[in-house]
Design a protein around this ligand. Structure first.
Ligand code: ATP
Length: 513
């Protein structure tokens, strides 16, 4: 555990040192849980968004995108249930005066039991060697069965109490499990209270006439209220999807895990409208499709798992998270929700406008059901950054820090490095730079020895470094060094563009999905 937390610390400091992420308003000591993307971070973030957009919108004939406003009519949030139910249960420790999400305290307790299960499995793997059958061991080992039953009892009680708004029982559970505050170590807990996560703001100049608004806590509602606009103007036939990416705001109670939990963050959501009765099949399909998307990034199958929800949100008839193995453990990266016809019906009721689909084949109108895929762009960024940051020992006993980001997501695709700052080499390198920059994001560096420049490019993940040397002047060839293998090849100037293009395009990955 401590090793991973060390890893997390190095991810955070790398993000700052190499221009990926800065604390917001840092010169004023920062604003808690709000972050700015720096010069390299914004490129990586844009590329992740573009890859999502390409695969979710442009690769699907029946999905289109929109970009709706952050500010919406206040009744939207009444209809969606956010005014009444977008709450987190909070609890304070009286000794440390620290505030926690009560459900997270209980879930963390269960994660510890899971850690024990993992340990037992590791021990048994060692003991039984090749003949070890993990599945059988989990299903028959009495200690593991006991742990799993305990987790399931705790989580279903938590789910039930939260659903029934029985906050006293949530507190009782924390007391019974003897959960202590990680700061004070005490069990001196206050009552559990509900806390609404929406940020309020005002529209209008004078205090008495101003309207109370909310900053949107999710992008989905902008899609629901535009459902008929898009369906009609795009002549969309069910099943079809509407996607969008954009900022969302939540006044999170506990926001301590860098960009994992922010108060201002970005979502990439897709709402898929289907005929009622078919939602279970689409839910299954979108779970599979989204997992394939994640696996296409090559970050390792073992680093992902589904977590099917026991406690369902008020609008859902099924829900699952795709969890990723962050340095601080498996946590939600994306949610896939079968939202029934709840949202459209609510907006129909609150707006008084009909939000139904006329099915030309069936010759009837109905309210479609919705299957949603919702991923946090910042969490995806953190998953990629933490998974790709490697400290490698080299043959000459030195180390290098390298970001092994999939090439199509890297901030820069190519770095142009003249071997020396004289003999006309910088000019040749600049000429190549000027040609390539039309096609790719390219950087140029002529300062310091070439080895140090390679290290700088490794640290920001640049997959290809082109070195212009004296031989270039003789035979119009350059060397290209590949980031991960550090192998160099010599190729003619005229082949550079094609060589790079083949390697940094996301097309083969999209086609293989
Ligand atoms: P959590 O349980 O972690 O609070 P959630 O279940 O409330 O998340 P959803 O409402 O399903 O999250 O939002 C969809 C996605 O948006 C999440 O899977 C996550 O990637 C992202 N997300 C939600 N809240 C935040 C946040 N505060 N900071 C960054 N990303 C977030």
């Amino acid at each position: 555990m401590s090793l991973n937390l060390d890893k997390f610390k190095s991810v955070i400091s790398h993000a700052k040192e190499y221009g990926f992420i800065f604390q917001s308003s840092e010169i004023y000591d920062g604003l808690s849980a709000v972050y700015d993307y720096a010069q390299n971070g914004v490129e990586l973030k844009n590329n992740i968004r573009q890859y999502w957009w390409k695969s979710m919108v442009q690769m699907h004939d029946n999905i289109v995108g929109i970009d709706s406003a952050v500010l919406m009519h206040p009744t939207v949030w009444k209809a969606s249930g956010h005014v009444d139910a977008f709450n987190d249960p909070l609890i304070d420790n009286k000794d440390s005066k620290k505030r926690y999400r009560a459900d997270v305290l209980v879930e963390d307790y269960c994660a510890k039991i899971e850690g024990k299960i993992e340990k037992e499995i590791k021990k048994a793997t060692k003991r039984f060697g090749d003949s070890f059958d993990k599945e059988q061991f989990i299903n028959t080992n009495p200690r593991i069965i006991g742990y799993n039953n305990k987790i399931s009892d705790i989580l279903s009680r938590l789910a039930k109490s939260l659903e029934n708004e029985d906050l006293e029982d949530v507190r009782n559970l924390i007391i019974e499990l003897e959960i202590v505050c990680p700061i004070s170590g005490s069990k001196n807990w206050t009552d559990v209270k509900q806390f609404n996560l929406m940020f309020g703001t005002k529209l209008g100049a004078s205090a008495d006439t101003a309207t109370d608004l909310f900053l949107r806590p999710e992008t989905a509602q902008g899609i629901f209220v535009n459902f008929l606009n898009v369906q009609k103007t795009g002549r969309m036939k069910i099943p079809f999807g509407i996607a969008q990416t954009g900022k969302a705001f939540r006044n999170e109670i506990v926001a301590r895990q860098f960009i994992f939990r922010m108060r201002e963050f970005e979502q990439m959501e897709m709402q898929f409208f289907v005929k009622p009765g078919t939602q279970a099949d689409w839910y299954k399909k979108w779970k599979e499709t989204r997992m394939k998307w994640h696996l296409s990034l090559g970050m390792g199958e073992d680093n992902y798992r589904f977590h099917d929800h026991e406690k369902l949100a008020h609008y859902a008839d099924a829900a699952s998270d795709i969890e990723f193995n962050f340095p601080f453990g498996f946590k939600e990266l994306e949610g896939i929700h079968s939202r029934t016809d709840f949202d459209l019906k609510q907006h129909q009721e609150f707006s008084g406008k009909k939000l139904q689909y006329y099915d030309n084949e069936l010759k009837e109108s109905y309210t479609p059901c919705v299957v949603e895929t919702s991923i946090g762009l910042d969490r995806m960024f953190l998953a990629i950054l933490s998974n790709s940051l490697k400290e490698e020992m080299l043959d000459n006993n030195t180390t290098r820090t390298v970001l092994k980001i999939p090439p199509f997501l890297c901030p820069y695709k190519v770095a142009l490095l003249p071997l020396v700052k004289k003999d006309g080499l910088p000019q040749i390198a600049k000429d190549i730079y000027n040609t390539l920059k039309l096609e790719f994001n390219v950087t140029y560096d002529e300062k310091d020895a070439v080895g140090r420049r390679y290290r700088r490019q490794d640290a920001i993940g640049t997959p290809y470094c082109i070195t212009v040397d004296h031989q270039t002047k003789d035979d119009n060839t350059i060397t290209i060094r590949e980031r991960d293998s550090m192998q160099q090849v010599r190729i003619p100037l005229t082949d550079i563009e094609k060589y790079i293009k083949d390697k940094v395009s996301f097309n083969p990955t999209l086609l293989a999905m």
